[in-house]
Design a protein around this ligand. Structure first.
Ligand code: GLN
Length: 245
């Protein structure tokens, strides 16, 4: 069977495109056969080829790490417009958000943090200042009260909804990158509560949410002491919070 046919039989909708990407990633024919087998067994394409396209940039993505979604590009665009001198990619996963911000704003100091050592190891391939730990505890203390923009694509899937996610996410991405607790907002509430100590006055917290969760996300931001609003684009919603100046 041709590679395209094997991929199609495995349910890959964009079999031709995927076949080209697998060919590009393979060192030789044997390697190619191995990559095709991995993809056919269900691994996300990004984990097989080792990268994902995000904001037009190739981001290294290693097995087990959350694959950057195009919908998250909204957060990066909003963060870029704020022209931060100091920016943090919180819950960074592969570090895609931080890596793109650093490329767009070469003068900025961009930091990234994640609790998952598999993610931070991967993120270090995409940007320089990567820290491991629980939310803001991961960051150098001298950043307290000085951060212009925190971008936090937190895990926000309600625990009970993870079973309804595509198998590629459910089976191959770290649970800690997806599971937002009972209502999906547990990590976001903790990020908002802590962010007020780390942002400079007037600084911003940007977080991705879903349309359904957006009202609760606003409540979480407001309860933390942020002035909050929503920004919606086609398929994504961002909660935007500002620490009063
Ligand atoms: N539903 C979201 C997605 O799959 C979950 C992302 C997240 O938890 N940050 O893109």
């Amino acid at each position: 069977m041709s590679i395209v046919d094997q991929l199609r039989a495995a349910g890959c909708v964009f079999a031709e495109v995927e076949a080209d990407l697998l060919r590009e990633a393979a060192a030789d024919e044997r390697h190619l056969a191995d990559l095709v087998a991995q993809r056919v067994s269900g691994l996300p394409l990004e984990h097989v080829v080792g990268w994902a396209e995000f904001c037009g940039q190739r981001i290294t993505v290693e097995p087990g790490v959350f694959v950057p979604r195009h919908r998250t590009e909204l957060l990066v665009d909003l963060a870029t417009e704020l022209k931060p001198d100091i920016a943090v990619d919180m819950c960074c996963g592969s570090g895609a958000v931080g890596a793109v911000l650093q490329r767009r704003l070469p003068e900025a100091a961009v930091y990234a943090a994640d609790i998952d050592p598999v993610a931070t190891k991967c993120a270090r391939k995409n940007l320089t200042n990567v820290f491991e730990g629980d939310l803001f505890d991961a960051l150098p203390h001298e950043l307290q009260g000085r951060i212009d923009v925190v971008v936090a694509n937190v895990p926000y899937v309600p625990t009970g909804d993870i079973q309804f996610m595509p198998a590629e996410a459910r089976d191959y991405e770290a649970r800690v990158a997806l599971d937002g607790g009972t209502d999906g907002l547990e990590v976001m509430r903790r990020v908002a509560a802590q962010a007020v100590r780390w942002l400079r006055p007037g600084g911003h917290l940007l977080s991705e949410t879903s349309e359904r969760q957006a009202p609760e996300a606003l409540t979480a931001f407001t309860a933390a002491g942020l002035q909050a609003r929503l920004v919606t684009s086609e398929d994504t919603t961002a909660a935007v919070g500002q620490l009063p100046a």
